[in-house]
Design a binder for this molecule. Structure first.
Ligand SMILES: Nc1ncnc2c1ncn2[C@@H]1O[C@H](COP(=O)(O)OP(=O)(O)O)[C@@H](O)[C@H]1O
Ligand SMILES: [Mg+2]
Length: 251
């Protein structure tokens, strides 16, 4: 099972006192089951807001959002690993399984397997403070995948990491995603990253945040980050964003 997401004329306005911010306006977007979609756009264009709506964390929006099936299993990965500091890597992963009713013994066994999968088996007993940023994000990825999600929502998960670590994690993500069809929504401000990972790149512009273009990326996986065809696509995406910016400035 994988999930289909449909956003129809989504709007979101934040009000605080006299101040209102239209974070999103008129967003129409469909994510087909098993597709890998990246959303790129400048900081503040509403990417995280859209992801929060997809995750069900924000319900104060206008328009309609549907997730089909409604009980699709969902996992999120954020920029910060958000690990529990008093639990080992293994227990950070087993925790989410136990919360879903898996026995402690089985949860710990599966957590070990997931950590092996992300290359962290030997560090399973270490605590977050004993792990590098990249290793912590790997634990977070293992935790997200441990529930075998139909839908994986990621908000700039690699942007706090050094480029070499981020590049390795991108490769690993592609390999892990090849093992089972899932619907993936990946938010980033990193254009080459979006083009490397996704089948489709959605370009957003700000004020108000809206979809201004879609770019299909028909290159087979695994891709080489140095593929000149990716650089060409990235240049096209950049052009859309720059055009959007110049419209903002003119307005
Ligand atoms: N809880 C909030 N209260 C007020 N304004 C918010 C809130 N969350 C986001 N915003 C505003 O909405 C806009 C979009 O934010 P966000 O979705 O975080 O953008 P992005 O993830 O693309 O950087 C920004 O102008 C931001 O300041
Ligand atoms: Mg954001």
């Amino acid at each position: 099972m994988t999930a289909r997401l449909v956003f129809k004329t989504i709007g979101r306005t934040f009000r605080s006192g006299q101040h209102t911010t239209t974070a999103l306006a008129g967003v129409d977007l469909t994510l087909e089951p098993g597709s890998f979609t990246a959303i790129v756009g400048p900081s503040g264009c509403g990417k995280s807001t859209l992801l929060h709506i997809a995750a069900g964390l924000d319900t104060q929006f206008q328009g309609t959002f549907t997730r089909d099936p409604a009980n699709a299993k969902l996992a999120c990965l954020f920029q910060q690993p958000r690990l529990l500091p008093w639990r080992s890597a293994r227990d950070n992963v087993s925790f989410v399984l136990e919360a879903r009713g898996v026995s402690r013994q089985e949860a710990r066994r599966r957590a070990g397997e997931m950590l092996d999968l992300v290359g962290l088996g030997p560090a399973a007993n270490r605590y977050p403070s004993q792990l590098s940023g990249g290793m912590q994000q790997r634990v977070s990825l293992a935790r997200a995948l441990a529930v075998d999600p139909d839908l994986l929502l990621m908000d700039e998960p690699f942007s706090a990491l050094d480029e070499l670590t981020a590049a390795r994690l991108r490769e690993e993500l592609v390999a892990l995603c090849a093992q089972r069809a899932r619907t993936i929504l990946f938010v980033t401000h990193n254009i080459p990253e979006a083009c490397y990972l996704a089948e489709r790149v959605i370009v957003m512009t700000a004020h108000p945040g809206t979809v201004m273009a879609e770019v299909d990326i028909d290159l087979p996986r695994p891709r080489s980050a140095d593929d000149p065809r990716l650089a060409e696509v990235a240049a096209r995406v950049r052009l859309f964003i720059d055009n959007g910016r110049s419209k903002e400035i003119a307005a």
